[in-house]
Design a binder for this molecule. Structure first.
Ligand SMILES: NC(=O)c1ccc[n+]([C@@H]2O[C@H](COP(=O)([O-])OP(=O)(O)OC[C@H]3O[C@@H](n4cnc5c(N)ncnc54)[C@H](OP(=O)(O)O)[C@@H]3O)[C@@H](O)[C@H]2O)c1
Length: 219
């Protein structure tokens, strides 16, 4: 996010917040995960590939007997997804779309065979989604935004560890999306999150917070 907490600018143009060194760190974190999730708006706006970039990391994963890149996951209430998006067209990996029941037909019609569209129930909850992912063998999920998705995972107390990277500039436009929206978060003045690491990566700063006992026990 920017110094003032924004994830993006107010225009349709993609805002680059991280630097190359941090993108490489993100690649390393991704390679240790079973799946990566982004919201449908991020698929539409950023058109991310969500693949491991490094050959070495892809080969290491293959040697571990897992696909070269993690499973891709998105969530939609409307089914408004473009099968031409890189989410669907790039990478020989499984792609899952969790879709609210009323839009299932629309989503299946749109994405065709390029992804598995899962019935997420009348309205998809992240609790239900993660339970279903677990049943599909996903143990470690990386959530990469945007704000709507962050807010639901955090307010739902479903996050083990938060990696927050602050870029050295301001966006200064409240039409843009902040890191999270409004909500009742489990961390507040009376229950402070535990900072487990902080440090510069070139001109950005990485803050890591342990948000669950499971994460604290791993430290
Ligand atoms: N800086 C970063 O690291 C970073 C990372 C990712 C994204 N971003 C930015 O964040 C912005 C997008 O964030 P956003 O908050 O607008 O969108 P988002 O969280 O990416 O996606 C929101 C969409 O996901 C679907 N969705 C979310 N929760 C759902 C639920 N419980 N049930 C069913 N569908 C659900 C809905 O899709 P439908 O509309 O299809 O129903 C909703 O409109 C973009 O500007 C992007 O550039 C920045």
């Amino acid at each position: 996010m920017s110094i003032d907490g924004y994830l993006a600018g107010a225009t349709a143009d993609r805002l680059v917040l991280s630097n190359d060194e941090d993108f490489d760190r993100v690649d390393a974190v991704r390679s240790g995960c079973d799946a990566i999730l982004v919201g449908a708006e991020t698929v539409r706006k950023d058109n991310p590939r969500l693949l491991i970039r490094s050959d070495v990391r892809r080969n290491t994963r293959k040697a571990r007997g897992v696909p070269p890149s993690p499973v891709k996951v998105t969530v939609t209430a409307t089914g408004r997804l473009d099968p031409g998006a890189r989410f669907f067209t790039m990478g020989d990996v499984e792609k899952l779309v969790y879709c609210a029941s009323p839009a299932l037909a629309e989503a299946r019609h749109r994405v065709g065979t390029s992804a598995t569209v899962v019935d997420g129930g009348p309205s998809v909850t992240m609790q239900r989604l993660t339970t279903d992912l677990h049943a599909r063998g996903i143990g470690r999920l990386m959530v990469e935004g945007g704000a709507g998705v962050h807010t639901q995972f955090l307010t739902g107390d479903l996050v083990d560890e938060l990696h927050l990277v602050v870029a050295p500039f301001f966006v200064g436009d409240s039409r843009a999306r902040r890191f999270v929206g409004d909500g009742r978060f489990p961390w507040h003045p009376a229950r402070r999150a535990e900072l487990i690491d902080a440090g510069p990566i070139g001109d950005v700063v990485l803050l890591r917070y342990a948000l669950s006992d499971r994460c604290r026990e791993r430290q």
